[in-house]
Design a binder for this molecule. Structure first.
Ligand code: PMP
Ligand code: GLN
Length: 375
């Protein structure tokens, strides 16, 4: 019997494959098409010849963990004990899966805010839990009435992705305070904070769960270097959680992967000494502005984008097709691939939105915009 009877191939694979098949410009799956930083390449070339090719300690390479702890202290004023509160994972995907499969038992409910990243629901289902999908408001702000109504004695966890994929929205201070007030009444509810875009925020600063003393004791933060260092294929991420939660997650982790790719951990650890994440955010802000500017005379309506490297657009003025069909048409007739937003919902109301990834060279963005202006 299938554990995931209704799950099919991920939309990211489907759209990237279609883009390849039709030779379309691929603004669908979220990955950069520009080279990684020359400094990271130099570190990597040197490291390949060093004695770094065997297992790292199970929880991660200590130097990498120390550097992540230093960043967490500097950015979020949280002192993390790397021996008890941190785990290096094979990307955030494994971090999310590990967190959910450590704490979710048969019948436990997990609140997921739609549009939601596609790995949350299957990870809950494999654990035997029940995903409870709650739509965000029309402006993609959290709907706290719906969240409060959905919490019951069965609720074990809420998954919150901030900055948010696919919408690019970032939670405000007031929203964190409201969540804190609600959860005070429900001490059994854990939080899984997916912060893989923590270093890609533009309009206002990203607030991490790591900086919320009222929530830290019940929160698992998942992050990844794939997005912030332009190395999505390296699959190095991390979890931060209080010791009582981390202790349990390490037990699962050690039999899921035991330890993560040693080379990538060494290279990232060294690179963290020189990289400046504010430059990364600046670079993506410039790309967002460029892409928005290029599309301003098109018939696509641009939604706000406060962070991540995704731009959501509405195509009401262009077509009445549903977003999956329209995204396919965009590939076959106009040679640009995007992600339809409805696939991130259990029950989408907005079926006329697409997500474009702007983590691309300026040339690619310009070429894509030329085509999109013809639509
Ligand atoms: N969560 C979100 C919101 C994502 O966009 C992604 C893709 N980067 C992941 C998790 C998975 O991250 P990784 O590629 O590090 O597994
Ligand atoms: N996170 C990436 C996105 O949102 C895709 C990752 C994947 O392909 N699984 O596009």
């Amino acid at each position: 019997m299938s554990k995931l009877p209704n799950i099919t191939t991920s939309i990211f694979s489907v759209m990237s494959q279609l883009a390849n098949d039709y030779g379309a410009i691929n603004l669908s799956q979220g990955f950069p098409n520009f080279p990684v930083d020359e400094r990271l390449l130099q570190i990597s070339e040197r490291l390949l010849r060093e004695n770094i090719h065997q297992y790292t300690p199970m929880a991660g390479l200590p130097l990498l963990m120390e550097r992540i702890a230093a960043l967490t202290a500097k950015n979020y004023q949280r002192n993390v004990n790397i021996a008890t509160e941190m785990l290096i994972t094979a990307g955030a995907t494994q971090g999310v899966f590990t967190a959910l499969n450590t704490f979710i038992n048969q019948g436990d409910e997990v609140l997921i805010l739609d549009p939601s990243y596609d790995s949350y629901e299957p990870s809950v289902l494999v654990a035997g839990g029940k995903p409870v999908r709650i739509s965000l408001n029309e402006d993609y702000a959290p709907n706290f009435n719906k969240i409060e109504d959905a919490i019951s004695a069965k609720t074990k966890m809420i998954v919150i992705n901030n900055p948010h994929n696919p919408t690019g929205r970032i939670w405000t201070e007031e929203e964190f305070q409201t969540l804190e007030q609600i959860l005070e009444k429900h001490p059994q509810v854990l939080i899984l904070g997916d912060e893989v875009y923590e270093y890609i925020s533009f309009s206002h600063p990203h607030i991490s769960f790591n900086s919320r003393p009222k929530l830290i004791e019940r929160t698992i933060v998942a992050s990844s270097f794939g997005k912030s260092l332009h190395v999505t294929g390296w699959k190095v991420g991390y979890l931060i959680a209080p010791e009582k939660l981390m202790y349990e997650m390490k037990k699962v982790h050690q039999f899921l992967v035991f330890s993560v790719n040693s080379f990538s951990q060494h290279a990232i650890a060294e690179y963290l000494n020189v990289v400046d994440f504010s430059e990364v955010a600046k670079m993506y802000k410039r790309k967002r502005d460029l892409f928005q500017n290029l599309l301003k005379d098109s018939r696509f309506e641009l939604m706000p984008c406060d962070g991540t490297y995704f731009q959501v657009v509405n195509y009401n003025q262009i077509s009445t097709k549903n977003d999956v069909d329209f995204a396919k048409e965009l590939i076959t007739n106009h040679s640009v691939a995007a992600i339809p937003i409805s696939v991130f919902y259990n029950d989408a109301t907005d079926r006329n939105m697409l997500r474009f990834c702007f983590a691309k060279t300026d040339e690619t963005l310009i070429a894509a915009a030329e085509k999109l202006k013809e639509v």
